[in-house]
Design a protein around this ligand. Structure first.
Ligand code: ZN
Length: 463
């Protein structure tokens, strides 16, 4: 089956970063066959179905390099807390009570949200394994919605002394044995959904956990992701335990490498940035979450100048409250400009690169996704820019990064299949997914003792 998306304003993100007007894209099976004029493509692909995209922007589907899909059920319960408190008094207890069905429903909802906002690749970081079947339940949600990405088998191996619920703690050997099983089950060459490995963070994983992760990743060629230097608390615990920063420690034990996607890196110092660069380690930048949890403003311009690949991310919706990369793009640009008092320090163009081609590079898929070029996978987002937020429109990249709200996304294709067409999600019944997610969210809050956050008193000033 062939499809021509015709007469669009095309943001290619190819090497020359071409923006083409009245351009058309032909998709054959799962790949982009050609980019040209409608007339030329109709001649070359006479059997292709025409989808008229006049008045629309067509851009590469975005890559969300870091989320925790199960947290979709926790939106709004963790407002106004710093990370350690947020984790130990709300997110951790919710994890303890999470079932595999909760995780499945949360992941379905998170994938629908992502598709609705033009995301076609997700990196999920799942560190709750109190019940069997968590990874499978999330993989199935990817498959049902058509999402591409990585479901990373996370774990926590220590941290009770810092308030981590003991139910969440696993022996690294056991967690990584399970990770190996999942990798061997799902990681076929070219698989749309792959399993990665995700040791949680420096105060929740011991040295053995990091060392065994590296061994398994080397043996199975799996993606690693982990939280690095997210808050000052990470740096304090790393200093107390190892006398160095978490980045220095992870480098010294041979953990870092080009297959590591380090989430956050908010408090990386110049020396840490040099270490990340040396190992070609990638970074997932979560601007909304870093602001929400008051973690800090990461040195993204310094990392970009150094040559580190930085992808964009939402983080889990317990700390960003949705999966919108449109919000992440705008906040990413604005926080750097404001904090640095330098309007040139991060441009709309760079932010869009981070959300697309740089994100693809961060997960090692730059040869397959992240731009609209013949031969690449057909992962595309179509935006209807005829709405009061995006018009009047002068520059499409500025309009996408600063004006759009995300609801402009009308059609999304992943792997050559429409996962949303003219505003309708195709793989699942969206209303049903939302209904189920609300029921599971209410029930989980009750079991986890988080209802007090739902019924919090009004608080206008300091808490
Ligand atoms: Zn995270």
């Amino acid at each position: 089956m062939s499809v021509i998306l015709s007469d669009a304003w095309l943001i290619t993100m190819n090497k020359r970063r071409e923006i083409l007007e009245e351009a058309s894209v032909c998709v054959e099976k799962d790949r982009i066959a050609a980019v040209s004029t409608r007339r030329d493509l109709e001649r070359r692909f006479p059997a292709a179905e025409i989808v008229d995209c006049t008045g629309h922007i067509v851009m590469p589907g975005m890559v969300n390099t870091h989320t925790h899909l199960f947290q979709t059920l926790l939106k709004g319960l963790g407002d106004d807390m710093v990370l350690k408190k947020w984790f130990t008094c709300m997110t951790g207890p919710s994890g303890v009570h999470l079932t595999a069905e909760d995780a499945h429903v949360a992941a379905l909802h998170g994938c629908v949200e992502s598709i609705r906002s033009g995301v076609t690749t997700l990196v999920d970081f799942m560190y709750v394994h109190t019940k069997p079947g968590m990874i499978q339940s999330i993989v199935e949600a990817f498959e049902q919605t058509g999402m591409r990405g990585f479901v990373c088998r996370g774990f926590i191996s220590t941290g009770e002394q810092y308030g981590i619920p003991p139910e969440l703690i696993e022996r690294p050997g056991k967690a990584l044995g399970d990770a190996r099983e999942q990798i061997r089950r799902y990681n076929r060459p070219g698989a749309k959904v792959q399993i990665g490995i995700a040791p949680n963070m420096i105060w929740a994983v011991d040295e053995e956990g990091y060392r065994l992760t590296r061994q398994l990743a080397d043996a199975e060629h799996a993606l690693i992701t982990t939280h690095v230097a997210e808050t000052t608390f990470e740096l304090e615990t790393a200093a107390a335990r190892y006398g160095q920063t978490d980045t220095e420690f992870l480098s010294e034990i041979g953990f870092l490498g080009p297959d590591v996607l380090a989430a956050h890196c908010v408090h990386c110092k110049p020396h840490d940035i040099r270490i990340l660069l040396h190992h070609k380690t990638k970074v997932a930048h979560n601007p909304c979450s870093n602001m929400y949890l008051a973690s800090g403003c990461p040195p993204i311009p310094e990392m970009l100048l150094a040559g580190i690949d930085v992808g964009l991310a939402s983080d889990g919706p317990a700390s960003s409250n949705n999966h919108s990369l449109f919000q992440a793009m705008k906040v990413a640009a604005l926080i750097q400009k404001g904090f640095r008092q330098d309007a040139t320090v991060l441009t709309a163009e760079k932010v869009l690169e981070m959300a697309t081609i740089d994100g693809a590079r961060a997960v090692g898929l730059e040869a397959e996704i992240g731009s609209i070029e013949p031969g690449k996978k057909a992962d595309l987002a179509v935006l209807d820019f005829h709405n009061a937020f995006m018009t009047p429109i002068h520059h499409p990249v500025s309009a996408i990064v600063y004006s759009a709200l995300g609801h402009e996304v009308s059609t999304v294709m992943i792997d050559g299949r429409f996962v949303m067409k003219d505003g309708v999600v195709t793989g699942v019944n969206e209303a049903d997914v939302r209904r189920r997610a609300q029921t599971h969210a209410d029930d989980l809050a009750r079991r986890a003792g988080s209802e007090r956050f739902k019924k919090r008193p009004w608080r206008s000033l300091a808490i």
